[in-house]
Design a protein around this ligand. Structure first.
Ligand code: COA
Ligand code: AMP
Length: 634
């Protein structure tokens, strides 16, 4: 007999309208949909067409009306400021309604964009939900990005208002946000009309008269705003993510499908029920933060935790266990890199023994491939199931997982288990031919994608088609490579493009190469991701200088490192670069990045038949040795 996962999976593919229509019954609608799935304009698919709803209503008001007003909705736990602040559903709804009123006072209406550039404080979530309440489209930008990255997003999203804070706190360092915001506005061609700034006590930002408003004053002067009905297909947010160039992709999320899918996942994937506490230790600037710090736990009537700290150093490697035990967390979700950081400082798990974790049931990992070592260490020390699951900014929720609320399959290390209901994952070759079990190829998803996944890129249908739908007609290209085994377990091996994953953060080496090429002395360059024990991958730059440059190479290296930090941001973790005489290339001039990467990672490699001059690989090996890579790796 089929188990509950198998039943759900089969039905979701054979009868998607029935499956998701039923899930949608659990959500609030001002007006029900006319059609669950509209496929009349392929390859664009739209979910819940004709339906009207509101995301903030589903996240907050709905629960208050159903008796959860006094239940905790959000716990802000900030070891970096020694603060714990709790909001019930009613309190959070009231804060959100007031902030929505403040936005409305600045003329923000349905469809307007608002960029949110905030540290991990409750006001970030309040701002997101405040936008949703009045149908404005938010675009959250991660605080670790530099002013130039923020400027690129301002130019693309054209926000009427920006919301920011005076500062963020990185362990003990106060990072001033306001100068970055000012610089971004200066750099951008498009100028937002107003900025609402939340002043934190550790850093008072100077406000620009006529443009900047103090958050508290704006809120005090505002009347609470009601929820505005929006079409299910209206955008809720734009989240920019790394593409293959310096121009990030504006992933769009709609309202209706997102509510339905995310609410459904809380039980089906995470096995969390209303009233229970769920914690995603990520940042609201990433998709995990959007989906599982803010939206899904609130759609499901859970308590969510917003954590401003790091897995280590705030104050120690026991902080995750302190948060889990203090707030009674049932399930948590983070990136494997966080656990590698903890394991490095507390390999025997001594801190774990200090806390009562008896209510903690499941650990979920995603953002990068979970290495078996990290999973096994966590299983041994936490004594709970450790579930790897695979997803992307574009998909908004898990493509593959061990769906703990449906059926717990045995874990196979190195695999995020099976396709989640709604996702028809296949493996194809370059000719779009499906491959046999065990054969490695491109991981693709048969169209239509389920609700909650991206309907398009912000005002760029062409790029959406070109990036995701053109190469494998009939499928969505995940840009990950992997295989499926005889038991339907999916294995995600590597990206097929130049995206790298640094501490669970998605970055484009192409974008870093664009920065390096801008240096006056650089003739050509390559950036690639090499293995790193803590962060999974880190970028390393190789630069060839223009002829006749006789400045000290160390100086140039320092300058390019500073340029990447200045233009992309500290999150790029670009700390290593080296000057080489030339780069290994094919006869047609393509840089052999894969071969350099293998030499850097001290892995077996063969000399590519198409290489221009094989002797250059020895030169590369020598250059890599000098910077502690290749054979000299520790
Ligand atoms: N604002 C400003 N700067 C930021 C920032 C923010 N919001 N977030 C990170 N940075 C800076 C850091 O201070 C660091 O700067 P530095 O080079 O001056 O030290 C740099 O960006 C890199 O940050 P990070 O990748 O976080 O590395 P780290 O060494 O500070 O910490 C880990 C390493 C593993 C502890 C950390 O990456 C982590 O906790 N990761 C969890 C993974 C995660 O949240 N993934 C999201 C998807 S689930
Ligand atoms: P992001 O859009 O930042 O969520 O990054 C998505 C990319 O991270 C995916 O395309 C994968 O390359 C990688 N990724 C995320 N989760 C996993 C996982 N569980 N296993 C392997 N790779 C993953």
């Amino acid at each position: 007999m089929a188990n509950r996962y198998e039943e759900a999976f089969e039905r979701s593919l054979k009868d998607p309208e029935g499956f998701w229509g039923e899930a949608a019954e659990a959500c609030f609608w001002y007006k029900k949909w006319d059609k669950v799935l509209d496929d009349s304009n392929k390859p664009f698919y739209r979910w819940f067409v004709g339906g009207e709803t509101n995301t903030a209503y589903n996240a907050l008001d709905y629960h208050i009306e159903n008796g959860r007003g006094d239940q905790l909705a959000l716990i802000y736990d900030s070891p970096v400021t020694n603060t714990i602040q709790k909001y019930t559903y009613t309190e959070l709804r009231d804060e959100v309604a007031k902030f929505a009123g403040a936005l409305a006072d600045q003329g923000v209406v349905k469809g307007d964009r608002v960029i949110i550039y905030m540290p991990m404080i409750p006001q970030a979530a309040i701002a997101m939900l405040g936008c949703a309440r009045i149908g404005a489209i938010h675009s959250v930008v991660f605080g670790g990005f530099a002013a130039k990255e923020l400027a690129t997003r301002i130019n693309d999203a054209k926000p009427k208002v920006m919301v920011s804070a005076s500062c963020g706190i990185e362990v003990q360092r106060v990072i001033k946000y306001k100068p970055l915001l000012d610089k971004a506005i200066e750099l951008s061609d498009y100028k937002p009309e107003k900025c609402i700034i939340f002043q934190r006590p550790m850093e008072e930002a100077a406000l620009t008269p006529g443009r900047d408003l103090d958050w508290n004053e704006a809120v005090a002067a505002a009347k609470p705003a009601d929820c505005v009905p929006v079409a299910a297909t209206d955008p809720l947010y734009i989240l920019y993510t790394s593409g293959t160039t310096g121009q990030p992709k504006g992933v769009v999320r709609d309202n209706g499908g997102h509510i339905v899918a995310l609410k459904w996942t809380m039980k089906a994937v995470y096995d969390v029920d209303p009233g229970e506490v769920f914690w995603a230790a990520s940042d609201v600037g990433w998709v995990v933060g959007h989906s599982y710090i803010v939206y899904a736990p609130l759609f499901a009537g859970c308590t969510t935790i917003l954590f401003e700290g790091k897995p280590v150093g705030t104050p120690d490697a026991g902080v995750f266990w302190r948060v889990i035990s203090e707030h009674n967390v049932k399930s948590m979700f983070t990136a494997p890199t966080a656990f590698r950081a903890i394991k490095r400082e507390d390999s025997k798990g001594e801190f774990i023994k200090k806390y009562d974790l008896s209510n903690f049931k499941i650990l979920f990992l995603a953002g990068e491939r979970s290495d078996p070592d990290t999973i096994q260490w966590s299983e041994r020390n936490l004594k709970v199931p450790v579930i790897d699951h695979w997803w992307q900014t574009e998909t908004g929720w898990a493509i593959c997982a061990n769906c703990m609320g449906l059926h717990h399959f045995p874990v196979k290390y190195g695999s995020p288990t099976k396709s989640v209901p709604g996702w028809d994952v296949r493996v194809v070759n370059e000719s779009n031919k499906e491959l046999k079990r065990g054969e490695i190829g491109a991981l693709v998803v048969k169209l239509p994608l389920p609700p909650g996944s991206l309907p398009t890129l912000w005002q760029n249908d062409d790029r959406f088609i070109e990036s995701y739908l053109e190469e494998f007609p009939g499928y969505y290209k995940t840009a990950d490579a992997g295989y499926i085994d005889e038991d339907d377990y999916v294995y995600v091996m590597s990206r097929t493009d130049d995206i790298i994953n640094v501490a669970g953060h998605r970055l484009s080496t192409g974008a870093m190469e664009e920065v390096l090429s801008d240096h006056q002395d650089v003739a050509e360059c390559a950036v690639l991701g090499v293995e790193d024990q803590l962060k999974g991958q880190v970028p390393v730059g190789f630069i060839v200088l223009k002829s006749g440059i006789d400045r000290p190479q160390e100086e140039i290296v320092k300058e390019v490192i500073a340029m990447v930090r200045d233009r992309i941001g500290p999150v790029a973790a670009f700390k290593t670069a080296t000057v080489v005489n030339r780069l290994p290339k094919t006869r047609s001039g393509k840089i052999l990045r894969g071969t350099i990467q293998k030499i850097a990672d001290n892995k077996e490699y063969s000399t590519p038949a198409t290489i221009d001059d094989p002797a250059i690989l020895d030169e590369m090996a020598e250059a890599l040795n000098k910077i502690g890579l290749g054979k000299s790796r520790k």
